[in-house]
Design a protein around this ligand. Structure first.
Ligand SMILES: *Cc1c(COP(=O)(O)O)cnc(C)c1O
Length: 418
């Protein structure tokens, strides 16, 4: 008899963006003429840049010839891309990595979800709260998150029993407190953060690395939004911190950096110095384990995607992708300025394409979502969908077009003044 993996049954059935779509559809039924602007889902809107498109055309033409055709590529990625990554993403910031510490993939979601296979099923995990849902859900599926328990004060705010939540709210400046009275084996950090749009300073990140080194904790560091950092003092990579190679894996993605959400390419860094213990205390290097895992379960990102990613590192590619990032960041600045003018409390948006807004006192995330939908025909994302500490906040993305962002802000302005 095939028995189902019952851990899947513990997952709450409703996915955040499906709930949002349902509510938007209900609104559309009663307001068929309304023109809705979404500043909700975190997908990009600007097309791929010319350098990327040209590289893809060239790669496609190569595939059409007997000499240029490529079949299965290396599971870890082609050296041309891994070398460009080493040189441009790390060496330029004083970080020396080896080519076989880079694992090219089809985007960061796969690896942020899969990486938990490297640790035992009974390790405890810690997450900042609110958080990108993949980290917790991928641990739920394997049974590591425990069971979903209702919080004492608020039955709606459920937490997983084997997950340590580190609240990030306006009260603590969105800086997660290091867990002191509860040991966590694995910590997920995402900076710049989705959904709050906030960052950690070098000093704050250093505290995490030191904690990890002293407690034998593994850090999974998601740097999917590093390209949006404008403040020169904010670290782009956790390896800017001394000792991080001994305790951290880092994830990067071209999705937000260069509009690859539909094209698919990213990479993971697993340093050779990084180890975890066996029960009898031997230290095992994780790099060969991940290599083995990838060779077994992954057959590489497509040649065309990897050539496209390589093109981002050319002088034209860098200039063109920066232009698009600047475009999104001016949306963010416009949103921050307008919302502040209207008296809303807003965070993020300086080093990340997300604006995290505190809802007015007494208004829940979902209530504000509905008020904004019905009052201004603008869609945001309820913060509570990212975790219990997201209650009382909503997220706006800067990934819209300039026109739709401006129009949405006008509507919010009109609505807020009523
Ligand atoms: C968008 C995003 C990613 C990237 O996902 P891809 O699979 O590379 O498209 C990773 N982490 C976070 C937190 C994200 O928001």
């Amino acid at each position: 008899m095939a028995l189902v993996n019952e851990h899947f049954l513990k997952l709450p059935g409703n996915y955040l963006f499906a709930d949002i779509a349902k509510k938007v559809n209900a609104f559309k039924v009663t307001h068929p003429k309304a023109d809705i602007i979404s500043l909700g889902i975190g997908d990009v809107t600007q097309p791929l840049c010319p350098a990327v498109i040209e590289a893809m055309h060239r790669a496609t033409d190569e595939m059409a010839t007997r000499q240029g055709f490529r079949g299965y590529g290396p599971e870890q990625g082609y050296d041309f891309l891994r070398e460009a990554i080493l040189k441009n993403d790390f060496l330029s910031r004083g970080i020396h990595l080896d080519i076989d510490e880079i694992f090219v993939n089809d985007g960061a979601k796969s690896d942020t979800g899969n990486i938990q296979e490297l640790v035992r099923w009974d390790n405890s995990i810690g997450v900042t709260d609110p958080i990108y849902p993949v980290y917790i859900d991928s641990n739920v599926m394997i049974g590591r998150a425990g069971v979903l328990e209702a919080d004492g004060e608020n039955a709606k705010q459920k937490r997983w029993s084997n997950v340590t939540y580190m609240p990030c709210t306006a009260e603590n400046g969105f800086v997660p407190q290091i867990p002191e009275n509860r040991h966590v084996d694995v910590v997920y950090l995402c900076y710049p953060n989705n959904p709050t749009g906030t960052v950690l300073s070098k000093q704050e990140l250093r505290r995490w690395v030191n904690y990890a080194l002293h407690n034998d904790t593994l850090i999974f560091f998601d740097a999917a939004y590093h390209a949006f950092i404008t403040d020169p003092d904010i670290p782009h990579s956790i390896y800017e911190i001394r000792g991080a190679r001994k305790c951290a894996i880092e994830f990067r993605s071209y999705s937000k950096t260069a509009g690859f959400t539909g094209l698919r390419c990213g990479y993971t860094v697993v340093p050779k110095e990084l180890t975890a213990a066996t029960l009898d205390g031997r230290r095992i290097a994780l790099n060969p384990l991940w290599e083995r895992r990838q060779c077994t379960k992954f057959n590489g990102a497509s040649y065309i995607s990897q050539r496209a990613a390589e093109a981002i590192y050319t002088p034209e590619g860098k200039q063109q992708t920066q232009q698009t990032i600047d475009y999104y960041m001016s949306n963010a600045h416009l949103m921050l300025a307008t919302m502040r003018k209207l008296g809303f409390e807003v965070y993020g948006g300086e080093n990340a394409p997300y604006i995290w807004m505190k809802t007015p006192a007494g208004t829940t995330s979902w209530q504000f979502f509905e008020q904004l939908l019905y009052g201004a025909n603008v869609v945001c994302t309820p913060g509570v969908g990212f975790g219990p500490s997201g209650e009382g906040y909503v997220r706006f993305t800067a990934f819209g077009t300039r026109e739709s962002t401006e129009e949405a802000l006008l509507r919010i302005e009109r609505w807020a003044k009523v």
